[in-house]
Design a protein around this ligand. Structure first.
Ligand code: AMP
Length: 585
């Protein structure tokens, strides 16, 4: 089906942060983007200073930084000045506990204010912030805390009891567990954060971090092996700030709602850092998705810029037009989407029902910030991810036999999406896995692992992933992690995990299992295995479906052939899949 381009009028173009794409591309430099921030003396740069203290120093401390909506709809506001003091206290608390520069502070929290305080307080102290998704079960939490050498964990008592306490003795390096939201006397070896924070000093001189100092650790999933810890540095803030202005059209004073969970990279780069560096007011909802609730938040808080994801948009579409029409969404100026392919229908729907089109953009954990986007002043081509931001060079490449790559010039030809290295928020490594990191580059090009096409006008179109990683409801899920959890069950001899199409979540996780002798397939065992996976992995990662097989197809070297499982499941031609080895990233 052909989708009509949504043409932007002169008024929309004139009011956008980037009014003329080509002019902005040629005028842009990362040095100029850096000059929009203040920095620290002697060339230092600290994300939290740019997000908070800079505004206070410039007399903007009274502005609302965070408007937090509790599950029951109550609102708590924090000004830039309030967050500055609270993060100072958190940084002092870390110092009092002897937590040093570069040491990792993990969070396992819902979207409560303490999370924002912990993130920015950690960065002020020169320690490294590593957020975890609160819907993770004990196993993904343990794996990541081990991999990232967690020194501190900030969480709630309920999550601690269920997801951390059972294995804490295995991780002696995890010296401090800080609990927020109440702590009972029996929570041994933990600190009551809500009591400790007011007792910590309100002044703190931000640690003079250098732009290349590690700031953030984000976990992402690969096809094989453990999750990968993508390392990001303080210098990334230059890209967070510039890309939010260009791709999200974000201005000081905007009311900005990023619905992504801070446990994932979008929720940190654009759900904490970028809106604050710009000087916007962030709306944060502690509740879960509900169409009525979401429209109510847009209306009540007069949200001007909204950044969400295709799964959520599809759920809004499912709820129908009537709830949207019942609310005054007139404050909305710019709508953006990320994380999965955005169906052209969703763009047309939002244009018709919400009065504005969603602007798709593309990036990934490793890029740290938005790379390709439909900008406010650009005509939107529904189904396309947009064009590379000023400062970003993107290309479609194909690998050559000598290990290099060749740029594919012909329009609408599928190949791997590559980015020329050098933007400030590019990851600096996979923690402890130098070789895996090196495999992501060919000469000057960072290879994203995604397949895409470029049209004659420079718009990029997503084709698919080049690996077996599953994207379900916006969450990247490594099949190996799910297979490993299934293999822990005494009945399981072999497990293979794939993504199958799902009308709302994009993909759903499906497992194929071969049983050990003496075990009999049946509904009871299926339920038991699914429940086991949910307990170990959490509901966001565990399979939704499970099928028994007598045996699973393997490559000559013994790897489960997930692509063959998938081709058979979806009735696709198997072609030469039987000889393909999985991509190792
Ligand atoms: P993550 O690292 O969890 O943010 O996931 C990044 C991956 O999500 C990318 O490599 C893509 O496969 C997918 N992705 C992100 N944005 C888009 C988009 N706009 N369209 C299609 N896929 C996307």
């Amino acid at each position: 089906m052909a989708w009509n381009t949504i043409v932007k009028g002169p008024a929309e173009k004139a009011s956008a942060v980037v009014g003329d794409y080509d002019a902005a591309r040629s005028a842009f430099s990362w040095e100029a983007a850096r000059a929009e921030l203040d920095g620290l003396p002697n060339g230092g740069l600290n994300i939290a200073y740019e997000a908070l203290d800079r505004h206070v120093a410039r007399g903007r401390g009274e502005r609302v930084a965070l408007r937090s909506v509790t599950k029951d709809g109550a609102v708590e506001e924090f000004r830039y000045a309030d967050l500055t003091v609270r993060t100072n206290r958190f940084a002092n608390l870390l110092r009092d506990l002897g937590v040093g520069r570069g040491e990792r502070v993990f969070s396992l929290l819902g979207r409560v204010p303490a999370l924002y305080v912990a993130a920015l307080g950690t960065l002020k102290a020169g320690s490294v912030f590593a957020p975890l998704f609160s819907a993770f079960g004990p196993e993904p939490v343990r794996t990541r805390a081990t991999l990232g050498d967690a020194r501190v964990l900030v969480t709630t008592e309920a999550m601690y009891r269920r997801k951390v306490e059972p294995w804490r003795h295995m991780l002696p390096g995890l010296r401090h567990v800080l609990l927020t939201g109440g702590m009972s006397a029996s929570a041994e070896g933990c600190i009551d954060l809500d009591a400790a924070l007011p007792a910590a000093g309100a002044d703190f001189a931000v640690v003079p971090t250098a732009p290349e100092d590690m700031a953030l650790l984000h976990f992402t999933s690969g096809t094989t092996g453990r999750p990968k810890g993508a390392v990001h540095v303080h210098g990334a803030v230059v890209a967070h700030h510039a890309t939010a202005r260009m791709a999200l059209d974000l201005l000081p004073g905007d009311v900005f709602w990023c619905t992504a969970d801070p446990g994932w990279v979008t929720g940190t780069s654009y759900g904490i850092i970028a809106p604050l560096t710009v000087g916007a007011t962030m709306v944060v909802d502690q509740g879960e998705f509900d169409a009525e609730r979401w429209y109510g938040i847009l209306e009540r808080h007069r949200v001007t810029v909204w950044y969400t994801a295709p799964t959520a948009i599809r759920m809004l579409m499912k709820a129908g037009e009537e709830p949207a029409r019942r609310h005054d969404l007139g404050a909305l100026r710019f709508l953006a989407s990320v994380g999965e392919p955005l169906n052209p229908e969703a763009v047309a729907w939002s244009h018709r029902v919400l009065g504005r089109p969603f602007h798709d953009n593309w990036w990934q954990t490793e890029t740290g910030g938005i790379m390709i986007a439909n900008l406010a002043a650009m005509d939107v081509r529904p189904g396309s991810m947009g064009r590379p931001l000023p400062g970003i060079d993107a290309a479609i490449v194909e690998r050559t036999p000598d290990g290099g790559v060749r740029v594919v010039d012909s329009p609408m030809t599928a190949g791997e999406l590559a980015l020329r290295r050098g933007w400030p928020s590019m990851f600096r490594g996979y923690l402890g896995e130098e070789e895996r990191y090196c495999r992501c580059f060919a000469g000057d090009w960072y290879l994203t692992g995604d397949l895409a096409m470029r049209d004659a006008d420079g718009y990029f179109w997503f084709v698919g992933r080049g690996d077996d990683v599953i994207k379900s409801a916006g969450h990247l899920i490594g099949p190996f992690e799910v297979e490993s959890a299934l293999l822990e069950h005494p009945a399981v001899a072999e497990a293979g995990v794939i993504g199958i199409p799902d009308p709302v979540g994009g993909e759903a996780v499906k497992a194929f299992v071969a049983l050990k002798p003496d075990w009999t397939a049946g509904d009871e065992l299926r339920h038991d295995l699914l429940a086991h996976a949910r307990r170990r992995l959490g509901p966001a990662v565990a399979p939704k479906e499970l099928e028994f097989r007598a045996g699973l197809p393997r490559t000559r070297s013994g790897k489960i052939m997930r692509r063959l499982l998938k081709a058979r499941e979806l009735g696709l031609p198997e072609g030469d899949l039987s000889t393909l080895e999985s991509d190792e990233r």
